[in-house]
Design a protein around this ligand. Structure first.
Ligand code: ASP
Length: 337
């Protein structure tokens, strides 16, 4: 199975991916499963294969929607839902722990054709936060719901609820213990503590362009390990962690959320394309490498532009990612090189 799978995958460096996608495509999809200290040294062959298999399953699900003429909105939700159900990623099932040993999940979604958006923050019993974010967009007059109100809306919508313990996993609990030990040294300065990136990242996201030329973006996360006081990161914030505009691009981000909020990363990339007429590679690289990194912000983004070009820039050692353009092979990659 592993042999079969790997023989159908092309593991490419970001540069190769960028070069490959200089031409646009009628439809395209890209996904991420988080960025951070992801190196060959700290991932076993089994873990690597598990991530590759799940990324492949998710991108295939989204691609199938697009290929059959479905919408970019349906495609990004299909891909993100699969990753939410996997314990491998810090979203849904595999969400990280808060300082108090619970899970608080955030998600957002945006429709590039209409600029409609939906987001939820700090939900504890919603099995699929991305499905709830979509329901907020489609079935409420609001863009963002949080906490108990969001839970109530979820119940009214008939969405699946679970116990908070559904999100418990031993690996994430170990990360909490390690992070708590480190935070004990300086508990009131969490956002600025230089925690090991392993404690923070693993968000999932998807961006797509469909045959009709409509863009969509979706992001779902458990946030940052050991977060406190109802902390909300960039993932549910439209413009920071998620953005889609048919006139420029669709972006989903992963990384140190506080920086992505302050630099409005997702919207900044698309607006550079729109107002400065930059191509997707220049706009994405400028924000991730020349703006965010010097400021101290680590992470990455996945981008599909209005013509179906794909770019996946990140400034960390790795980012779980995959992309597929119309009639092209799947590309799955984890490391920087
Ligand atoms: N951006 C997320 C947050 O800050 C974390 C991540 O991408 O893993 O909540």
């Amino acid at each position: 199975m592993r042999h079969l799978l790997l023989s159908t995958l092309l593991i490419l460096s970001p540069a190769a991916v960028a070069a490959d996608h200089a031409d646009g495509a009628e439809f395209a999809i890209a996904i991420h499963g988080g960025a951070g200290t992801i190196t060959r040294a700290n991932l076993s062959a089994e873990q690597e294969a598990a991530y590759e298999a799940k990324l492949t399953e998710a991108i295939n699900a989204g691609y199938a929607v697009l290929e059959s003429g479905g919408t970019s909105m349906d495609a990004v939700v299909a891909a993100v839902t699969i990753m939410e159900e996997s314990p491998l990623f810090n979203a849904g099932r595999g969400a990280v722990y808060t300082f108090d040993g619970e899970h608080e999940l955030d998600a957002s979604i945006m429709d590039g054709a209409t600029r409609e958006a939906g987001a939820v923050a700090g939900v504890k019993t919603v099995k699929s936060p991305i499905t709830l974010a979509r329901a907020v967009m489609e079935n409420s007059v609001h863009v963002m719901l949080s906490g108990e109100g969001a839970e109530e809306f979820s119940r009214l919508q008939g969405l699946e609820q679970v116990e908070n313990s559904y999100f418990n996993t031993p690996a994430r609990y170990q990360q909490l213990e390690a992070a708590r030990a480190k935070l004990g040294e300086q508990p009131d300065k969490q956002a600025y503590l230089n925690l090991d990136q392993r404690y923070k990242y693993g968000t999932v996201g998807a961006v797509a362009r469909d045959k009709a030329g409509n863009l969509a973006a979706a992001t779902s996360t458990g946030g940052m390990t050991a977060k406190r006081w109802g902390r909300v990161g960039d993932s549910p914030i439209i413009g920071a962690g998620t953005w889609a505009d048919n006139e420029s691009c669709a972006v989903s981000a992963t990384g140190h959320g506080e920086y992505f909020i302050r630099y409005q990363v997702a919207a900044d990339i698309c607006n550079r394309m729109k107002y400065q007429d930059l191509d997707v590679y220049t706009a994405g690289d400028t924000v991730i490498h020349d703006v965010l990194l010097p400021a101290g912000g680590t992470g990455g983004v996945i981008i599909v532009d209005k013509d179906g070009r794909v770019h996946l820039p990140f400034n960390t050692e790795g980012m779980y990612r995959a992309s597929r353009q119309a009639n092209q092979t799947i590309e799955v990659a984890i490391y920087k090189d």
